[in-house]
Design a protein around this ligand. Structure first.
Ligand code: 1DF
Ligand code: MN
Length: 334
């Protein structure tokens, strides 16, 4: 059974250097604590940066734990805290560097391309280049960019390109938009503890409620952390969308129900949610072809993530889908 991990983070020195500059800027963002801790001067989480940059250590851990492949993505917040020209240039640099690493280990690595939503037309061009020329396997974006979500028409060029190229977009978390900061800026709640999931789930629901998937019905979205809570909410989303949002006229009429979009346009991964009951529920709710294994290297340890799937009480056919076959299909892996 192939073990293909689908939310595996890397960085490159050029992006780390730019994030070091951001760490000393006055930018107001809930991601600043992470940026200072990982990319600042003498950072307390130097070990995280080492893990993101060290390709030999990555392969060593994969070998040690029996992981066949990492589907790699430039780690959050990607290029999304930079100005438009810097972000556009560094997305291309990161994609080129990713291709070099894949070429060194083509059976062990696949990759999702970065792009800069700060310049939606430029992003569409980079998406086209990354998929058709670089042969990358999908796309990654770390939720909002400069506090904007992508249900606005100016971002349609990104989704148009992704849909046309059948490139799945992994919407990875970053900390919530600055205008949501109040509820998240204490107790360490802005990041993986809670804020990441709230940011991505809210963003995805806006994409659904705005009608984005009527405009782009073949768009493929992947989200981590067992669906960022959304699978548990599907009944209530359908009920309240119909009986509250639509009835009051504040939401546009849609062709499908919220849960129908979620089951048609979304795939979820197990990153950082190693709970067998949540896994079984998600498979029952969405189907065995909709759930993919992920580790979240280097933020989560590899051995327990492998143990979690090895021990998962699934039949062999279902386990093979979740462990690798779904990823191979969604990300067009050889
Ligand atoms: C953390 C977690 C950082 C995840 C991540 O990227 C990340 C963390 C900056 O715990 O600091 O991707 N995660 O997906 O859960
Ligand atoms: Mn992650």
């Amino acid at each position: 059974m192939r073990r293909i991990a689908t939310e595996e983070a890397f960085s490159i020195p050029e992006v780390a250097a730019e994030l070091n500059r951001i760490s000393k800027s006055g930018q107001q963002s809930l991601d600043m604590r992470l940026v200072r801790d990982v990319y600042g001067d003498n950072p307390p989480r130097q070990y995280t940066l080492d893990g993101l940059l060290d390709w030999d250590e990555r392969i060593r851990v994969m070998d040690e734990c029996g992981v066949d492949m990492h589907v790699l993505s430039l780690t959050a917040p990607g290029v999304q805290m930079f100005d438009a020209p810097t972000a556009t240039a560094l997305a291309a640099t990161a994609n080129d560097a990713l291709v070099v690493e894949i070429a060194k280990n083509p059976t062990r690595f696949a990759g999702l391309a970065s792009f800069a939503p700060q310049d939606p037309e430029g992003a569409a061009k980079e998406i086209e280049r990354a998929i058709t020329q670089l042969k990358l396997h999908g796309l990654v974006v770390n939720s909002h960019t400069h506090n904007e979500w992508y249900d606005q028409a100016k971002y349609f060029s990104i989704f148009e390109a992704a849909e046309a190229l059948d490139a799945a977009i992994y919407i990875h978390p970053r900390a919530p938009r600055w205008d949501m900061a109040g509820g998240f800026d204490t107790f360490g709640m802005e990041n993986a503890l809670w804020g990441y999931g709230v940011e991505v789930s809210t963003h995805c629901l806006r994409l659904i409620f705005s009608g984005l998937f009527d405009r782009f019905p073949k768009l493929k979205i992947v989200i981590g952390h067992m669906g960022e809570g959304i699978p548990f909410w599907l009944w209530r989303l359908d009920y309240m969308h119909k009986n509250s949002a639509l009835k009051s006229g504040v939401a546009p009429k849609l062709e499908l129900t919220p849960s129908e979009y979620f089951k048609r346009n979304f795939w979820i991964t197990t990153s950082g949610q190693e709970n067998p009951l949540a896994l079984q529920y998600s498979i029952d709710m969405l189907g065995a072809d909709r759930v993919m294994w992920a580790i979240d290297y280097p933020y989560q340890p590899t051995a327990p993530a492998v143990q979690f799937m090895d021990d998962a009480p699934l039949d062999e056919e279902t386990k093979a889908l979740v462990y690798g076959e779904n990823a191979a299909r969604v990300f067009h892996l050889a």
